[in-house]
Design a binder for this molecule. Sequence first.
Ligand code: URA
Length: 170
Amino acid sequence: APMLIVGLAPGLHGANKTGRPFTGDASGDFLYQQLFDAGLATKPHARTADPDMHLINCRMTNAVRCVPPQNKPTGAEITTCNGYLRQEMAAMPHLRVVFALGRVAHEAVVKAIGGKQKDYPFAHGAAHKAADGLWLVDTYHCSRYNTNTGRLTEQMFSTALQTALNKAQG
Ligand code: URA
């Protein structure tokens, strides 16, 4: 797949149970609808580990692998799990774009590519050219909090996703 979507961490009663990022999590309702609309998922929702649900031309992972305390990953967790993210990226020979959901995911990706955080400032909708021709595209995280407060709207997310898709195809 040319695109890797990177989230934050599994939710306690969702991805932590189902073993699939955003599956069974409130933020997954928003995300999978968007992925389905963009032709990147076979179904518009993922509440369970449904064998008929597949991602299309993309993979998905989280910056942190375990449910973090208070849903806020510690620096130590992010550092410990960064090797998994590096492995995930290295196992994708056709990777062209990483779509980072939120600042923590963005910073984990910058760390995984060995970049300096100051060279890649997080900003919703930004596309950063990473060292080896890889693109890093940012969006605000699609958490219930962000979508309920209007910090992240469907339109904002789909525009950022389209930026990432253009990089994946470009
Ligand atoms: N569930 C995930 O798997 N990742 C997130 O970032 C949020 C919910």
